[in-house]
Write a protein that binds this ligand. Structure first.
Ligand SMILES: Cc1ncc(COP(=O)(O)O)c(C=O)c1O
Ligand SMILES: N[C@@H](CCCC[NH3+])C(=O)O
Length: 413
């Protein structure tokens, strides 16, 4: 196990969590290299029977060292901005394995992606298609595209992270997509290469994904009958992880479920997992500053909503435990940060034995943790550590006060 409890202390591979907190300071993000690599390999092996490419969703955790180790495994990447493309390339990722999603691609981002030679744009609207065609034509190129269809399935996840219903901003209504494929196939600057969908995140059931794939394959068949053949099918990401007591399907279960639908199909299967690859590989370590009693019992810790936004934004529940036992009675604490917002609660009514100075680990922090962190309240963002066996690599320094005003200018008078 990459994260384990031994002698009632938390270890990340061969590194003791409390020793990491003492040595590097808190708040501190810590990731296990082995956990990330084994999650990627499990995904890859699950789909071994079908030609496929995993395009890791960079948004989940875009730290350079993490992109670098995935690139070394042969991963592709799903990006949603020019900044993410720049990060992938900085980390040694192969642009020919990059797909570009997102509803608001700007001219310069399209130029940048064409220049890099990405695998495909996942086109989310008709005006975007026209824009990509115009820019590619002007460069004397043909842009490879998938249409991202909106299959109108209910992913049965949190409404903020559900993306495949017709009222969502994402993708092109699957009923309108066929006509748009015909238009795209006739455009000078466009090479139609694929079809894409992504129905939501933290999925705990396979039915919605299978449903979305069936609906998409019916469209693929109609396109083929009309002479439009596709090279790849992109089923997006979304497999959930266990935050509390969820039992999300494994990649193997996903492959088994989709296998019969894909049989005999020559298309390469693209997948865009984010959370499932990195989520459970990371913890956020934080130290108790004060215990404060009143109407409720508060443990004021040194991490806050700016460091880990999911609890405040989605009322997400993430497991919190002490990294080593404390010889005091447990109480039901609200774990709160120093930020001046009532929403700055990382966990409510957690039964924990705490003293000032206790170190807590917030689990499931490898995905959408640091990636969504801000400097709100002028709080420097935490350091990130990648543990590899018994070695702890600092892959990002804790920010300094200078980082807080980088790029700002004082007025002369
Ligand atoms: C287009 C797209 N692909 C992939 C992902 C990755 O999702 P997840 O981290 O749930 O696998 C997302 C985020 O939901 C997304 O918007
Ligand atoms: N940031 C979200 C997921 C959004 C997925 C991006 N499309 C989360 O933490 O759950």
């Amino acid at each position: 196990m990459s994260l384990s409890r031994r002698n009632d202390e938390l270890w990340i591979e061969g590194c003791n969590a409390r020793a990491l907190a003492d040595g590097h300071g808190t708040p501190l993000y810590v990731y296990s290299r082995a956990a990330i690599e084994s999650a990627w390999r499990a995904y890859d092996q699950a789909f071994a029977a079908h030609p496929h490419l995993i395009c890791y969703a960079v948004k989940a955790n875009g730290s350079l060292a993490i992109l670098q180790l995935l690139a070394r495994l042969g991963s592709g990447f799903d990006i949603v901005s020019g900044g993410e493309l720049a990060r992938v390339m900085k980390a040694g990722g192969d642009p020919a394995r990059v797909v570009f999603s997102g509803v608001g691609k700007r001219d310069e981002e399209i130029e940048q992606a064409l220049e890099a030679g990405i695998l495909a744009f996942n086109v989310e609207s008709e005006p975007e298609l026209e824009r990509i065609a115009r820019i590619a034509s002007a460069r004397g190129e043909r842009a490879r595209i998938s249409l991202r269809v909106n299959p109108d399935v209910d992913a049965r996840t949190h409404p903020y992270i559900s993306t495949g219903m017709k009222e969502n901003k994402f993708g092109i209504d699957i009923h309108a997509a066929e006509a748009l494929y015909h238009r795209a196939a006739a455009m000078a600057g466009i090479e139609v290469t694929g079809l894409d969908f992504h129905i939501g995140s933290q999925l705990t059931e396979l039915d919605p994904l299978a449903d979305a794939l069936s609906r998409s394959l019916a469209l693929v068949d109609r396109l083929e009958a009309a002479g439009i053949t596709l090279e790849h099918l992109d089923i997006g990401g979304g497999l959930g992880i266990r935050y509390r007591d969820e039992a999300p399907p494994t990649p193997a279960a996903l492959a088994e479920r989709l296998g019969p639908l894909l049989e005999g199909r020559p298309q390469t299967l693209l997948m865009e997992p984010g959370r499932a690859l990195v989520g459970e590989a990371g913890v956020l370590l934080t130290r108790v500053e004060y215990l404060k009693s009143g109407h409720r019992e508060f443990a004021v810790v040194d991490a806050a909503m700016n460091d880990l936004m999911r609890p405040a934004l989605y009322q997400a529940w993430q497991r919190i435990e002490t990294v080593a036992p404390e010889a005091v009675p447990a109480r039901a604490y609200d774990i709160v940060g120093p930020v001046c917002e009532t929403a700055d609660t990382l966990g409510a009514e957690r039964s924990l034995a705490l003293r000032p100075g206790s170190v807590l680990a917030i689990h499931g922090a490898g995905a959408y943790g640091f990636a969504m962190a801000s400097q709100y309240n002028a709080r420097p963002r935490p350091a990130e550590i990648l543990v590899d066996g018994d070695t702890a690599h600092v892959i990002r320094q804790r920010e300094s006060f200078e980082d807080l005003w980088r790029g700002e200018t004082l007025l002369e008078r």
